[in-house]
Design a protein around this ligand. Structure first.
Ligand SMILES: *Cc1c(COP(=O)(O)O)cnc(C)c1O
Length: 378
């Protein structure tokens, strides 16, 4: 028996498929939207039309499935499309139990599109497993959704404990694992059924592709419905984007390791700083769910952290305005460091504290990042 390859090797080789007839090391881009039928009306190439699938997806989907230890993976046109498809696979009247703190645009979609369509969207406290348990027992959800670490305060939800609850009440457990990446956490190994990624973020890692992905533990009825919905609703990725995504994924392990190391060092340096009331980062011993994070995250605590500035909203905006190396922009998970005053991006109704600045830590030299924050805090 040969030993299974490490995730780093799988990612770097991406996953090492050499194609015919030129023996390309890098897979080609398949631009064709349609495929020739055989004389007998069959499809000798195994493909019909590229809204159903495209050979350019194959390698990135296979790599993600390997990294997540999944049965299969599917690419989507965006993270939002991937997440929305999971909820669209449910039926009107079904209950979906989702966290109070979660990616804002998706929370909006649940309230503005999924709820009017007939899903009953109910919220639990991200880190309170007893709250999740009592709501799950009372509401009998079809779906329990987790985001961990969760935007923008990086609350950690115990995936294994949630999986036990989901099994008890007969719910599907799905995890938005965008921030953890498949290198730090593998939710399916902890008992989840589906994993979702905004591949726009760490998987691609270069702020130049919008993409999403789902991976499943089993090829069941739900997965078949999700597959149908991708093609039926048409939320498909372009072949060029799929190719760029795969190129990004080949250095995922290097980028994630560098971002984790920088983020931890920044969190440690600025915890207790006179101008800050909180440094929110799951890798700090002071984080309320640090023990759970240490159990379910391996090799690092991610590249995302938030700073709460003592003197409130105006002071936190002024701090962001003084940053020079960190660029003021939304999004996360790329090689360049980004900072944003999160509440003003989320807008009216936001649950985000007004004094919070969200940092997506990139792979620059640590000293430049530390000096930038230091000068901006003044
Ligand atoms: C960005 C993001 C999404 C949405 O993904 P898009 O690719 O922007 O559509 C969902 N969840 C999390 C945690 C994200 O960071």
């Amino acid at each position: 028996m040969t030993k299974p390859l490490h995730p780093e090797t799988l990612a770097a080789q991406g996953p090492g498929r050499v194609s015919e007839p030129y023996k390309d090391i890098v897979p080609p881009i398949h631009a064709s939207t349609t495929y020739e039928r055989g004389a007998a009306g069959d499809y000798p190439g195994g493909r019909v039309y590229s809204r159903a699938d495209n050979p350019s997806y194959d390698t990135a989907e296979a790599l993600l499935a390997q990294l997540e230890n999944a049965h299969a993976a599917l690419l989507f046109a965006s993270g939002q499309a991937a997440a929305a498809t999971v909820f669209q696979a449910l039926a009107p009247g079904d209950v979906a139990l989702v966290p109070r703190n979660m990616y804002w645009a998706f929370r909006n979609w649940l309230l503005r599109a999924a709820a009017p369509w007939g899903l009953k969207v109910e919220f639990y406290e991200n880190a309170a497993i007893d709250d999740l348990a009592s709501k799950a027992r009372a509401l009998k959800p079809r779906l329990i959704w987790i985001e961990t670490p969760a935007n923008p305060t990086w609350d950690i939800t115990d995936i294994a404990a949630a999986a036990t609850i989901a099994r008890e009440v007969g719910a599907v457990l799905a995890v938005d694992s965008t921030v953890a990446t498949p290198l730090l956490t593998r939710p399916l190994e902890l008992g989840a059924h589906l994993v979702m990624h905004s591949a726009t973020k760490y998987l691609n890692g270069h702020s130049d592709v919008i993409a999403g992905a789902l991976a499943t533990a089993a090829d069941d009825e739900l997965w078949q419905r999700i597959k149908y919905l991708r093609s039926g609703s048409g939320a498909v990725l372009g072949p060029f984007e799929a190719w760029l995504l795969l190129r990004g994924m080949r250095t995922l392990h290097l980028r994630v390791a560098a971002a984790c190391a920088n983020a931890l060092a920044i969190a440690r340096r600025f915890e207790g700083h006179a101008r800050l009331s909180h440094v929110l980062y799951p890798g700090l011993a002071s984080h309320p769910q640090h023990a759970v994070a240490a159990r379910q995250m391996h090799g690092g605590f991610g590249g995302m952290l938030s700073l709460r500035v003592k003197d409130g909203e105006e002071a936190s905006k002024a701090f962001t305005a003084r940053l020079k190396v960190f660029k003021r922009a939304t999004s996360l998970g790329s090689v360049e460091s980004l900072a944003e005053h999160r509440a003003s991006v989320e807008g009216p109704g936001t649950l985000c504290p007004a004094d919070l600045v969200r940092l997506s830590v990139g792979v620059e030299h640590l000293d430049d990042l530390l000096a930038d924050i230091e000068q901006a805090l003044g």
